[in-house]
Design a binder for this molecule. Structure first.
Ligand SMILES: NC(=O)c1ccc[n+]([C@@H]2O[C@H](COP(=O)([O-])OP(=O)(O)OC[C@H]3O[C@@H](n4cnc5c(N)ncnc54)[C@H](O)[C@@H]3O)[C@@H](O)[C@H]2O)c1
Length: 402
């Protein structure tokens, strides 16, 4: 059993905390006091970690949430699980990692193993996290550093922390050994790679693979429509090939909050080395154009104008059954509808409140655009919620769609 602190108690950090707390004494550190208060009352704010699990850990004191940085002081292991978004210029924003390094540097009293789980570009552990922790440390401590990129898919139950293979690499053999020792307590498949840079790059490439394939299928959806054939039937037909083909689905976005972001981290380091990342950039463009394309289809079907029409967007999170709205395509769909002077409302029983407005009752609009179809939505009710329904998910029958 080790004393483990996990910096960031969001989708990644709380999930890890919940698994680790079966074997270790865990402090879940988060700078959002409201989140910490709820966690300590046994209230989970993310899908995939239940209130029962949380309460079980709290009852035996194997977990406590904290926003008091001195609570991490005697940790033997610290896991960094903070956001790594893009800044306003769509460049990597490592400010949360920097602030986590400050918390770690200023508070740790003894040498510890510091593992990064946040997604970032190759070289982040070696050239960014280690120097920053050392800069903020009040005393010289010989910490170990490692990376183990996170692969959690929020809301998914078949692949979880236990059975999803996990990559890892330390800056030193001792860091690798200790990292393996830690994760083996709750993960069955650990794969060591030769350097932290390989693990960091593998994570970015996994998501870039999805991003470019989703862009390809989104582009194909437009081609199929222009050809007057069903994109879904064509994809189902192609999927009958037992090798050399993997099915991706067209949609308003890319179905993941990391998918639009992570490839940009790869493109950023590529450009620093003078290598053009043409596929990544083109894929980003194609995916970001989808909301406009969808609205243009809806407009064409509705007499060539959406001015003054009541339009309800159904489902505003980035994928079904989660409340996460980061990088959601619904935002771009709504912006385009506003540009077309439509009168827009949204309905989402999972998100409920978003960007200063609330979910409205399902129905009551001239047009419905289904962006994300949560399982708790009744498909028949969605299908009959407006006289004209456009489905971007490919799941509804008898309505217009991609
Ligand atoms: N969510 C996913 O599906 C997923 C999957 C794989 C990898 N990742 C990566 O994992 C990282 C974390 O993502 P997430 O989805 O858990 O984010 P999140 O927003 O759900 O959670 C991050 C938490 O960190 C807290 N935080 C931010 N800065 C902090 C600081 N300096 N000190 C303490 N707490 C701080 C925030 O308050 C928040 O609660 C990102 O790099 C992301 O790209 C996410």
């Amino acid at each position: 059993m080790a004393k483990v602190s996990i910096i960031g108690q969001g989708y990644v950090g709380l999930t890890i905390a919940s698994f680790a707390a079966d074997h270790h004494e865990v402090v879940g550190f988060d700078n959002r006091k409201s989140v910490v208060e709820k966690l300590n009352l046994g209230q989970s704010h993310i899908e995939g970690v239940t209130a029962e699990e949380l309460r079980r850990h709290l009852a035996v004191k194997s977990y406590m949430a904290s926003s008091n940085s001195s609570d991490i002081a005697d940790s033997e292991i610290v896991v960094i699980a903070v956001p790594t978004p893009l800044d306003s210029n769509r460049k990597p924003d490592l400010s949360h990692i920097e602030s986590a390094c400050r918390t770690i540097g200023e508070n740790l009293k003894n040498p510890a193993l510091i593992i990064n789980e946040s997604t970032s570009f190759p070289g982040t552990v070696r050239n960014y996290i280690k120097p920053l922790v050392e800069k903020f440390s009040k005393q010289s401590l010989d910490h170990l550093y490692a990376i183990s990129p996170e692969r959690v898919d929020p809301g998914r139950v078949d692949w979880n922390q236990k059975n999803t293979p996990r990559l890892y690499a330390g800056l030193t053999p001792e860091a690798s050994r200790r990292t393996k020792e830690f994760y083996s307590t709750f993960c069955d498949y650990l794969i060591e790679v030769s350097s932290p840079e390989v693990a960091e790059a593998a994570k970015l490439f996994e998501n870039t693979f999805r991003q470019v394939n989703i862009a390809l299928v989104n582009e194909f959806a437009e081609i199929a429509h222009a050809l007057g054939i069903s994109v879904h039937e064509t994809l189902n037909a192609a999927s009958t090939k037992p090798y050399g083909f993997m099915k991706f689905h067209p949609s308003a976005g890319v179905g993941g909050h990391c998918i639009p972001v992570d490839p940009t981290y790869l493109a950023f380091v590529a450009s620093q080395k003078g290598v053009p990342a043409k596929f990544i950039e083109r894929a980003n463009e194609v995916n970001l154009e989808m909301p406009k394309y969808i609205v243009s289809r809806v407009k064409a079907d509705n007499g060539g104008s959406l001015k003054g029409k009541k339009v309800q967007v159904i489902g505003v999170s980035y994928k079904p059954n989660v409340a996460d709205t980061r990088e959601t395509p619904a935002e771009l769909v709504i912006a385009e509808l506003h540009a077309q002077e439509a009168n827009v409302t949204w309905h989402d029983p999972v998100v409920k409140s978003w960007k200063g407005s609330d979910s409205t009752e399902l129905g009551g609009a001239d047009i419905a655009i289904v962006v994300t179809l949560h399982d708790i939505l009744d498909q028949a009710e969605v299908t009959s919620s407006a006289a004209y329904v456009f489905d971007t998910t490919g799941k509804l029958n008898g309505v217009r769609g991609l």
